[in-house]
Ligand binder design. Structure first.
Ligand code: GLU
Length: 526
């Protein structure tokens, strides 16, 4: 954060924009290193969840804000933990969420392939390069020996670590074992003397890795690289300018920097994003399946509401208001405002975010058209036999319902709940229910029918509200409140719900007449 501030100040005199240094370089000279290229690099060992979406989103906004590219790379080197379908789903979910990559396994791009399992040659070559330069070595230790080391460390209360034994093999011994095809891995030689680096968010960072861990495996016996090697190799060959990733990787960065140095490569700039946590500070749970993007999608959560809530709880923006869409997020994004505190997510507020964004969609003609089609499908699916008639599926009818309910409903699904069934299905009302409210139902019904005739089909919520108040005064002994209860019952079969005037406007004059006439008949029967 401090660094960003300093950079902000440094650039402020020239240009009132909080730009990162390489960006300035970018704008002035168009060398490859100057181009802004960021990546989101999940492992398809699980489906995309909110934490991942947030990391992808910050990368996306960063890329778009500074005219760069956003890359999706799938890190599938741990073949034993792959989850079928996860790779496709991650990309689907990014597209759905409105965070589409410019380059990806599906889209391809100039530095592909974007799936690590298709880049094995490159890792193999790099690992050999490290061996040849003496920065890595073959390790033939058996799993039994490694297990023993581990047990021994635990017995003496130490943290298990490899003892770097194979570092000291003679060249002849190595050749002999290779010739005998003894199973082996390649380990990177961790040197002491790590140079501190400047993290864009955490500031000066430094982890003397050689003091706490043994030489890490970079190539496994199955010919696959480990995360650390593949990650460094790809960030280099994919010309990544900025690595913006979760703060759980901060302690690995010194190790990565040692690899860059060993390979003679210029490292990217690093920025570690604080974690997303539950509002009580506990780890965001993936167990209940309630933070997976596909669950939100299935439950009718709008992607813009998800993006809004994940950025609302975190830092990195000039202001913190609810209801922002992507263009506003981009305009307000300010990397110098990313703090090191965890972002606390309050998912209980999600319906509120969804309500606001659903309203925005209803108010946008094009989006509203899509909502209408969506709702038509849902109604047909949910109530095929009961739908009162074709008219409730009519575009104009559904559009009117949406406009009247915007700001009240949090999802389209809600409109199919029993509370709104009166919109699609005629309610069943008994004469006892009517009688329990008033003995003047017939009279009240006739007043409503008269009002409808006077209004000649022109119904508006405000005007109707006033008319109904006036009407209640002529209702004899029945009080205003009971008149409204009666009408609500006749129109919806419910005791609670939207205002009576709104119900009348949404149902439309013909249907209101039908339901109110039925009320007359019921009171006669009673
Ligand atoms: N594959 C790593 C993960 O799943 C990527 C970490 C990084 O961005 O470097 O989080």
């Amino acid at each position: 954060m401090l660094l960003w501030r300093r950079l902000w100040r440094r650039s402020a005199g020239r240009k009132r924009q909080p730009v990162e240094p390489q960006l300035n370089v970018t704008r002035r000279c168009s060398s490859v290193r100057g181009e802004v290229r960021v990546r989101f690099a999940p492992s398809p060992t699980g489906f995309l969840h909110l934490g991942g979406l947030r990391t992808a989103l910050y990368n996306y906004i960063f890329a778009k804000k500074y005219g760069g590219s956003f890359i999706l790379r799938l890190e599938d080197t741990d073949q034993s933990r792959l989850v079928p379908g996860a790779a496709e789903s991650i990309e689907d979910m990014l597209e759905w969420a409105g965070v589409p990559p410019d380059e990806s396994p599906r889209r391809g791009g100039p530095v592909g392939p974007y799936l690590q399992s298709q880049r094995l040659d490159l890792y193999g070559r790099t690992a050999r390069q490290l061996v040849e330069s003496g920065r890595a070595y073959y390790c033939f230790c058996s799993s039994q020996r490694l297990d023993l080391l581990k047990k021994e460390a635990l017995r003496t209360g130490q943290t298990p670590r490899y003892d770097n034994r194979c570092r000291h093999l003679q060249a002849g011994q190595v050749q002999e074992k290779l010739a005998q095809a003894v199973p082996h891995v390649i380990r990177f030689r961790l040197d002491a003397g790590v140079e501190p680096f400047r993290d864009l968010i955490f500031g000066r960072s430094h982890h003397e890795v050689a003091e706490v861990e043994g030489d890490p495996v970079v190539m496994k016996a199955d010919g696959f690289p480990t995360y650390h090697l593949a990650n460094v190799v790809d960030d280099h060959y994919m010309r990544i300018s900025h690595v913006l990733r979760g703060s759980e990787w901060l302690i690995s960065t010194s190790k990565h920097l040692l690899m860059y140095r060993a390979l003679g490569w210029q490292p990217p700039t690093f920025g570690h994003l604080p974690l997303l946590m539950n509002k009580d500070g506990t780890k965001l749970s993936k167990r209940q399946g309630d933070i997976f993007i596909q669950s939100f999608r299935r439950d009718g959560v709008l992607p813009e509401a998800l993006l809004d809530i994940t950025t609302h709880c975190g830092s990195g923006f000039n202001t913190n208001q609810i209801g922002r869409k992507m263009d506003q997020l981009m305009a307000e994004f300010n990397p110098s405002k990313i703090t090191t505190h965890s972002a606390l997510l309050d998912l209980e507020k999600l319906p509120e975010f969804n309500r606001i964004h659903l309203r925005h969609r209803i108010e946008d003609e094009e989006q509203c058209q899509l909502l209408v089609a969506d709702l038509q499908g849902r109604i047909q699916q949910a109530r095929p036999a009961e739908v009162r008639d074709e008219r409730v599926l009519h575009e104009d009818y559904i559009r009117r319902v949406l406009h009247l309910r915007k700001g009240h409903i949090s999802s389209l699904k809600e409109l199919l709940s029993p509370a709104y069934s009166y919109l699609w299905v005629r309610p069943s009302v008994s004469s006892q229910q009517v009688a329990a409210l008033t003995s003047e139902a017939q009279h009240i019904a006739s007043l409503v029918l008269k009002l409808m005739a006077e209004r000649d089909g022109e119904l508006a919520v405000d005007g109707l509200g006033k008319d109904l108040k006036a009407l209640a005064k002529q209702a004899g002994d029945t009080k205003y409140g009971d008149v409204m209860k009666l009408l609500r019952l006749a129109l919806s079969g419910l005791q609670q719900g939207p205002g009576v005037a709104e119900m009348m406007v949404s149902l439309g004059p013909a249907e209101v007449r039908h339901r109110v006439q039925k009320l007359s008949l019921l009171s006669e029967a009673g």
